[in-house]
Design a protein around this ligand. Sequence first.
Ligand code: NAD
Length: 342
Amino acid sequence: MPKPTIRTVAVVGTGVIGRSWIPVFARAGVETRVYDADLAQRDRALEWFADDLMARRERGELKKKEVKALRDRVVACDTLEEALAGVGYVQESGPERLDLKRAIYAELDGAAAPEVILGSSTSAIDMTEIAEGLPGRARCIVAHPVNPPHVVPVVEVLGGRDTAPEVVEATIAFLESVGQSPVLMKRFTPGFILNRMQAALIREAVDLVASGVADVEAVDVCIRDGLGLRWAFMGPFAVANTNADGGVAEYFTRYRPAYHGLWAELNTAVQFDDALVRELHRQTEEMLGDDRADQRQWRDRMIEAIRATRAKLPLGGARKKARGKTKGAKGRPVKKKAHQQR
Ligand code: NAD
């Protein structure tokens, strides 16, 4: 991992998402100052972080002195001012309500030194609205992770109307330098990129069950043992590129009429009432059992195992064993692409 471009950050708001940002920064060597308006919640987040480290220690993933170094890098703060002391970046993860985001951003903008970048984990709110009227709106930016960010690296980055281009660049560079996988959004759209795609797929999954085409398990198996196996390391365009000898151009030219036909036929008004939700729940528990804590742990460890496999087998590695650094045309090392790094 490259050296972090910013050495001290504040994590503000330590619920499900905020707490999971703590290991992202700490394991990259960044001093991580932790604050929540509810100090008991901050303490629970620190306990969660310590428990996660101990579990990794027990599995042999971390040495004792690494655990100590990680813990020493994380600083519990009692006030926002204390949390902001000496930081270069803030990851705000307060509640998802425009009025509360606006209040937190007003506080942050008033208290943070002018050069500090103010990143928000918001899943859906436009930074133009959150930072409206703030003197420091040029340094405010969306950095939306996927739950949990210490396991899933993608972060959607999006400036508001007044965000400075250099803030966008510096945010992307910083997130990359701590091992995340930032993607730039060129403009606001509801749901951003990831949740729009997820919503399109969930709509179809629900409708297939609701309309009696398939049970929950059949739908899940089609993703788990079908599409999802490729999606764990390729996106839809990369998959299309390998589905025809002539790549994306041939695949989409050949199947364009079929896709047009299906798109016209997809149901946009899915029945999604309480009875259906109960039935989806029943069938899902029949498939997986009801120990969701165990399922979450399994999910996180499987994601880590998949990422470790991806790192060992970069593109090109299937035909020849990758040896050392990849060489460019003139023998110079070339910058690795995102899919080769993680
Ligand atoms: P959460 O309710 O679990 O946590 C919010 C935390 O903010 C609480 O601990 C609360 O005490 C704290 N808080 C409230 N006011 C504060 C203030 N003025 N200063 C500091 N802390 C304050 O919420 P969450 O699920 O962790 O979501 C946090 C953000 O991350 C939201 O914007 C959400 O949209 C986004 N997000 C959530 C998910 C997810 O799956 N939960 C995924 C991606 C992004």
